[in-house]
Design a protein around this ligand. Structure first.
Ligand code: PLP
Length: 379
């Protein structure tokens, strides 16, 4: 058969996912969340974030986050503007005391390490790095007693590798600070292994970017207060003690995106109504089983992450063999299936597929059928 021109490939309707959004953030927003925004447009959007309607909304988000993650009573849920990227900078001011240790295995984990390295008031960080697609491990021999903060990434969105969260054995009083930006809501973890779990809401929580959320243990709060009282200079917008104070009053230090909180509130309600975290992780695992099962059974694909235990259930990266993945992504896009392109700096012949809780596993199944159809047409 003569290979079809990309623009002429029309995927049959019965193979198309009902929703074609597979991006790794911003990611699929469910229509019920948009309905919630429309409802809020009458009495919440466009009103003061210092008054009861918005503060109650923020309070509801904080309560639902506590329930979803089953946080111990004494944990704080701290919020602020600027997304996870801003939180890295805030952490270099307000969480790292002298020196941090970073596990680096892709673009996002490396950015926090760079922020710590650039901070003039901190010692050079320890960086333990592994190749993209793998997960680094902490060898006790390479950790010294000066490390006061370990910085881990639950799911490296740039590569689709995820790590099990466990507290390093030494130093015993070091904080464990985890970037959960793409993992949050889709991969389980235990608060006993973590002191700070922070994320932006435009991935697993199907909301908009621009906000950061940090779930903080009492040890983390103690560190924030200790650094503050020692008088280290900190720009107010990065000051975690100010963020903490405001969060306890159901507000942010400066004006937030209220529609983000509306969408987040709706998504959290949906997750909890369906059974909470175990329902969410079953759903993402179901999608992942479909995607990786398909990729290992085809001669033209293989999962990029070779160790099955490290294959992310929320962001799947699939390498293509003797098929141009960019062409596949283009045809998918022409047919309304978007954002399957790989992380731009990884430079691999692959597709990246998000499987956040909002994504229906049956749509992941249909996506694989659509790709099969395209590959058949291209060959
Ligand atoms: C793991 C991870 N950390 C941090 C970020 C940065 O998040 P934001 O763009 O909301 O600052 C991202 C964004 O994709 C991410 O995937």
């Amino acid at each position: 058969m003569v290979a079809a021109a990309l623009i002429d490939i029309h995927i049959p309707a019965h193979l198309l996912p009902l929703d074609g959004r597979f991006g790794s953030g911003p990611s699929k927003i469910r229509s019920e969340q948009i309905d919630a925004v429309v409802r809020a447009s009458r009495n919440i959007l466009g009103t003061s974030h210092r008054q009861a309607p918005v503060k109650n909304l923020v309070g509801s988000v904080l309560d639902q986050l506590r329930q979803l993650f089953q946080l111990p009573q004494d944990w704080d849920v701290v919020i602020g503007n600027g997304g996870a990227s801003l939180f890295w900078d805030a952490a270099t001011f307000g969480l790292v005391q002298h020196r941090s240790g970073h596990l680096v295995f892709g673009e996002f984990s490396s950015k926090f390490a760079q922020a710590s390295l650039a901070a003039p008031h901190l010692g050079d960080p320890l960086v333990i790095e592994s190749a993209p697609g793998t997960v680094p491990t902490i060898e006790p021999a390479c950790v010294d007693s000066n490390i006061d903060t370990f910085c881990l990434t639950h799911n490296e969105t740039s590569t689709g590798a995820s790590m099990q969260l466990s507290r390093p054995a030494t130093p015993v009083d070091a904080l464990v600070v985890v970037d959960g930006t793409s993992a949050a809501g889709g991969i389980a973890w235990s608060p006993s292994e973590v002191d700070v779990y922070y994320f932006s809401p435009q991935k697993g929580f199907a909301s908009e970017g621009g906000t950061w959320i940090a779930l903080c243990s009492p040890r983390a709060v103690e560190r924030i207060n200790k650094i503050k009282s020692a008088g280290r200079w900190c720009p107010p917008s990065l000051d975690l003690s100010l963020a903490l104070e405001n969060s306890r009053a159901n507000q942010t230090y400066n004006t937030p995106s209220i529609s983000t909180f509306v969408m987040l509130n709706e998504q959290l309600g949906w997750m909890l109504d369906n059974g909470g975290m175990s329902w969410c992780t079953n759903r993402t695992q179901q999608s992942a089983d479909i995607l990786y099962g398909w990729a290992t059974s085809r001669p033209f694909t293989e999962p990029f992450v070779t160790n099955p235990q490290h294959r992310s259930p929320v962001v799947g990266t699939i390498d293509f063999i003797d098929v141009d993945a960019a062409q596949v992504a283009t045809v998918l896009r022409n047919n309304g299936i978007v954002d399957t392109e790989p992380y731009r700096k990884l430079g691999r012949n692959q597709l990246r597929v998000s499987m956040f809780p909002a994504v229906d596993p049956s749509d992941v199944q249909l996506l694989t059928s659509s790709i099969d159809y395209i590959v058949e047409q291209l060959s």
